[in-house]
Design a protein around this ligand. Structure first.
Ligand SMILES: Nc1ncnc2c1ncn2[C@@H]1O[C@H](COP(=O)(O)OP(=O)(O)OP(=O)(O)O)[C@@H](O)[C@H]1O
Length: 252
């Protein structure tokens, strides 16, 4: 059997001011699996995500315990460059990731830095843009696109790195209903493992078979998403709420 896409073991972390934010977090995502990371504001979700490619944690010089492995490769000072290639982080604001004159330049930026050139680079860009349905926009300036289109291009910039794990931070935020649906269809079509951080519980249910609920730096529960969202007491205890009238058990 191949190694899991992500294996986080007993991860603990305190920020430099001494604030302990993660306590013994365990989280495994198998190849091709999509998992939602749920939890109230301040639960530690972003702090966990920033460990997955060494932005925070002992590799970055912080105080941490435990381990992170991506596709069987343990994160360390020696492996951090390859782990960063394997983990595609898509931030909430696409404008944090788009800074080149054209869409194609933005998508080419990462693989070109890895040394890809010529036809190989062109093919990589085309296939990443096709995966998010943006191939017709290759020569456009990102700032002329709609927010939903910019988010799709941001996803393409990380897909172009051929990641083993895609980490999506609030992928449905600020999208209109059509853009939200289009992005859901795109995410479902990707063969890559996904960790999706979200407060949008119906989106988690639609896209992720399993969810991990995090609060106060700990994983409180990991269950099939439908089962977790049907536990209204658990949701209330951790400040999570389904939209009015939404019944997870009635969703096929
Ligand atoms: N640089 C920092 N130094 C000290 N504490 C920090 C720092 N960044 C975040 N924190 C604290 O870490 C805790 C967890 O924050 P984090 O952003 O990881 O939560 P979150 O679950 O992502 O929240 P949200 O849903 O609001 O994005 C919070 O109490 C926050 O104040």
């Amino acid at each position: 059997m191949s190694a899991p896409a992500l294996e986080v073991s007993r991860l603990g972390f305190a920020y430099p001011d001494g604030h302990q934010v993660l306590y013994g977090v365990d989280l495994t995502i198998e190849e091709g699996e999509r998992v939602a990371l749920l939890g109230p504001n301040g639960a530690g979700k972003t702090t966990l995500v920033l460990h997955l490619n060494g932005i925070l944690g002992s590799v970055a010089g912080g105080t941490g315990t435990g381990s992170v492995a991506v596709g069987g490769l343990s994160l360390s000072k020696d492996s951090v460059a390859e782990v960063r290639r394997r983990v595609g982080l898509v931030f909430q604001d696409p404008d944090d990731q788009l800074f080149m004159p054209t869409v194609a330049d933005d998508v080419a930026f990462g693989p070109a830095n890895l040394g890809l050139k010529g036809d190989a680079l062109r093919e990589r860009v085309e296939s990443a843009l096709a995966a998010v349905g943006m191939e017709a926009y290759a020569d456009r300036a990102p700032y002329h696109l709609s927010f939903g289109q910019r988010r799709r291009v941001a996803v393409a910039t990380v897909l172009a790195m051929d990641p083993q794990l895609l980490v999506l931070d609030e992928p449905s935020s600020n999208l209109d209903p059509a853009a939200r649906r289009e992005l859901a269809d795109i995410i479902k079509s990707l063969p890559v493992a996904v960790l999706m951080v979200t407060h949008d519980l119906p989106y988690a249910l639609e896209l992720c078979g399993r969810s991990a609920l995090m609060d106060e730096g700990r994983i409180i529960a990991q269950r099939p998403t439908k089962e977790l969202l049907a536990d209204t007491d658990l949701l209330h205890q951790h400040r999570l709420e389904l939209p009015y009238g939404f019944d997870p058990l009635s969703v096929p």
